[in-house]
Design a protein around this ligand. Structure first.
Ligand SMILES: *Cc1c(COP(=O)(O)O)cnc(C)c1O
Length: 390
């Protein structure tokens, strides 16, 4: 059975153009970029070209981009970096309740070290309201970190406004833009952010390589100490093939972004409309418009996401119940709880996240199979009674 992959927010397959660009750097161009012979200089040059491409994708200069070991490391670096650099100035950090665990668990770690963290609430669509941020900023606040687009429900945050609110009070602003970069236009200068995290494997690049934008002039310490790579901001011999792949993926994203949206949005919309039409008692999560065009998160009342996922998998359909990291745990998604869903409804969540290799046939298959799966599971569910108003 051919797999129907609809979990692009968890990871994407590597674009063939990307793997092709990477191959020489796993084979003959193996040199250490810090060495001095010509082979090494060529490798060094390839890294700098990749840096230019990633910088172009987010509207900045290469010297403001650090290559790093993925989205989680970028988030850790930004948040811990500011915490360590500015602890003399203050100990208060603000983030939101719906961040990725790379941000939330970093903040919890810092709380154990004596920092204070405010986890801002969101409205029922998952939006952090600038007014709410304004109220939370204190004299001791040193950093605000709010994600650009949520990985589970796809809601897009008003980053420009939020960054302005932080800057009015002289506070640095970081955004986890891992789900946005490569999907929608991102320009760090227009957004006015001080730091931004991105990850190559979320836009058809390889896993384990990401980028952190740090505005020139923002001084944060390295967290990985060793050699002087990345201008002393992140030590360790570079992940050359990965970096070259990230660069090529950035280039392809720039070329294909508009076309991808034109292709993927109608597929997602069809999936949403048909599932809501065919399955009784379904809720669509996230903002109706300010939402990533590839993401559909629904809650199916009366049954559990895990059961649906298992039956979808038996039909060759790969989806998720929320974030990859929460799957397998019995706790419902912190994002769905934060938008105000009760536990029993949050347990029935399903996330379909589409990408450039999905087709209309893929969508039709899900539309055909899921209503039947839901009916079967509800028939067995002690929590489901056909309601009169259903
Ligand atoms: C995937 C993801 C991350 C983590 O990125 P990795 O490269 O997998 O470490 C961080 N934040 C968000 C919003 C993500 O979707």
């Amino acid at each position: 059975m051919k797999e129907i992959y609809m979990d692009y927010n968890a990871t994407t397959p590597v674009d063939p153009g990307v793997s092709e660009a990477m191959l020489p750097y796993l084979r003959e161009k193996f040199h250490n970029p810090s060495s001095i012979y010509s082979g090494a200089k060529e490798v060094k040059k390839a890294i700098e070209e990749a840096r230019e491409k990633v910088a172009r994708l987010i509207g900045t200069k290469p010297k403001e981009v650090i290559f790093i070991g993925g989205g989680s490391e970028a988030d850790n670096h930004a948040i811990k970096g500011v915490a360590f650099a500015l602890r003399g100035k203050g100990n208060h950090i603000i983030t939101s309740a719906i961040e990725h665990h790379a941000v939330l668990h970093t903040c919890q770690f810092l709380e154990k070290m004596g920092f204070e963290v405010t986890y801002l609430p969101v409205n029922r669509y998952g939006i952090v309201e600038p007014e709410v941020l304004k109220e939370a900023i204190r004299e001791e606040t040193i950093l605000v970190s709010i994600m650009m687009a949520n990985n589970e429900i796809g809601t897009m945050e008003p980053i420009k406004e939020l960054a302005e609110v932080a800057h009015e009070r002289g506070v640095l602003f970081h955004t986890d833009a891992v789900q946005a970069v490569g999907k929608i236009p991102v320009n760090v200068k227009e957004l006015g952010v001080d730091m931004l995290s991105l990850s190559a494997h979320k836009f058809y690049g390889p896993k384990g390589v990401g980028g952190l934008y740090v505005r020139w002039g923002v001084k944060i310490p390295s967290l990985i100490h060793g050699g002087g790579q990345e201008r002393g901001r992140r030590a360790g011999t570079e992940n050359v093939a990965g970096i070259v792949g990230a660069g090529r993926a950035a280039e392809i994203a720039m070329e294909e972004m508009d076309e991808e949206e034109r292709k993927i949005r109608p597929l997602r919309d069809k999936l949403e409309k048909e599932l809501v039409g065919r399955i009784p008692q379904v809720i669509v999560n996230g903002h109706p418009e300010k939402r990533l065009y590839n993401t559909l998160n629904i809650c199916v009342k009366g049954i559990e996401g895990e059961g649906m996922l298992a039956l979808l998998d038996m039909n060759g359909i790969s989806a998720s119940s929320g974030s990859a990291c929460t799957s397998g745990s019995l706790e419902p998604s912190h994002v769905l709880l934060a938008i105000g869903l009760p536990h029993e409804i949050a347990h029935g969540s399903l996330r379909f996240s589409l990408g450039k290799y999905n087709t209309e046939e893929d969508v039709d298959k899900v539309i055909e199979v899921l209503p039947w799966i839901v009916e079967r599971l509800r028939a067995m569910s002690p929590f489901w009674k056909e309601k009169e108003d259903a």
